[in-house]
Design a protein around this ligand. Structure first.
Ligand code: ZN
Length: 390
């Protein structure tokens, strides 16, 4: 063999080896750094709050990005926010798993360019995902749907992927006998993963996705983001997406949408509408958060509001801030529209991981919520919404 070819082969081999080692070492470091808690578990709440929490029938949350990371969700991790064993350990019945396919570096809340460096490209390559996900947003979405299904089947009937009302009823039925049965639903953050092909709505649906939001951190082919440059409304392609989603009665998630998109969705979308993770302008005024007007309009449509747990949505006040946003929303539109929208594992710091919910209940009691109201917010409202809309 020619000497220079030999050297080239060695270089390729060593590079591949280094890449392989990198994919083992780097992802947990990035994950740990991105998804922190302000206080580490184990958590201790008052006896009253703990008893009340442990007796809740159905605890559920509308938003987590756990599928983004290189974690086996069937095993309890010592970092990050949520996985199956930690859900079971802490009386959680249901979690929406939302898929992120593109995220601009910095995740600026006020303005991001769609051309900013994409962190998810780096993550896909760095995690050693198959190359088909490196440059295709749609493939990334499908890859993550497959991940949840694989984890579910490895969990031997203890995890139900909820795609239909029947699935959801089966989950509720099973939990009557066995509290360790849990479930989840697939959602997607941003229609950019359609890659401009309207047929991909049906493909996502067939892959199990039941909730989809128009935009994420930047303006896309669907319309304006709350954090984009133009704050524009829906495009023609966006209107087509609404139609495709409506035909399948998919859940429309207006989190991260520009005000104009929220308004146009409320006007034109015929299917179920919610916001999976948000704060409210009433306690923290921000592009990211919902105005009184939009809170009322979503409630009027029978939608629910998932209150997020991170400071960007609720202010730097930790658990009291989360409950304050809930209280404001309750006083404005009524308790029946409020749900949990943690944003666990969404590259945010939260006050606690999924095992810390009793602390939230404790603060809710402190701020004057009744046990019946707590029950509604912790999951019953979400249960009702899913039974009505799946
Ligand atoms: Zn988000």
């Amino acid at each position: 063999m020619n000497k220079s070819i030999k050297i080239l082969l060695w270089i390729v081999l060593i590079s591949l080896l280094l890449y392989f080692v990198f994919t083992l070492i780097a992802p947990p470091i990035v994950d740990k750094d991105a998804n922190k808690v302000s206080t580490n578990p184990p958590y201790t709440a008052s006896k009253k709050a703990t008893d009340l929490y442990n007796n809740l029938d159905f605890v559920g949350d509308l938003h987590c990005d756990a599928l983004l990371w290189n974690r086996d969700l069937t095993e309890a991790a010592t970092y990050g926010h949520v996985d199956f064993p930690r859900m079971q350990q802490s009386n959680v019945a249901f979690q929406a798993f939302t898929i992120v396919t593109k995220s601009p570096k910095g995740q600026n809340f006020n303005e991001n360019s769609a051309d900013a460096f994409d962190m998810i490209t780096a993550l896909s390559i760095g995690q050693g995902q198959r190359p088909s996900t490196w440059f295709s947003l749609f493939n990334r979405a499908i890859y993550q749907t497959n991940k949840l299904k694989k984890f579910a089947s490895a969990y031997n009937d203890k995890f139900v992927v909820v795609q239909t009302k029947k699935d959801f009823e089966r989950l509720l039925e099973k939990r009557k006998q066995d509290r360790s049965v849990i479930g989840g639903l697939l959602g997607v953050e941003g229609g950019h993963c359609l890659e401009g092909d309207i047929g991909n709505v049906e493909r996502l649906y067939n892959a199990g996705v039941r909730m989809l939001g128009p935009t994420h951190f930047f303006d896309n082919e669907i319309g304006g983001s709350a954090h984009g440059t133009a704050k524009a409304g829906l495009t023609d392609f966006g209107m087509k997406m609404l139609k495709e989603m409506g035909q399948r009665n998919m859940i429309m998630d207006v989190a991260h949408s520009s005000d104009k998109v929220v308004e146009e969705v409320l006007q034109h979308y015929k299917g179920p509408i919610l916001t999976s993770h948000t704060g409210v302008d009433g306690t923290k005024d921000s592009y990211r958060n919902l105005s009184d007007k939009h809170l009322k309009a979503i409630a009027q449509r029978g939608g629910i509001i998932g209150i997020a747990f991170f400071s960007g949505a609720i202010g730097d006040t930790g658990i009291p801030g989360i409950v304050k946003a809930m209280k404001y929303t309750k006083d404005l539109i009524g308790v029946q529209y409020i749900a949990l929208g943690s944003d666990f594992d969404g590259s945010v710091t939260t006050p606690f991981d999924v095992t810390g919910y009793p602390l939230l209940v404790e603060e809710m009691l402190k701020q004057g919520f009744t046990p019946a109201e707590i029950k509604a917010i912790m999951g019953e409202n979400l249960k009702r919404f899913l039974l009505e809309n799946l």
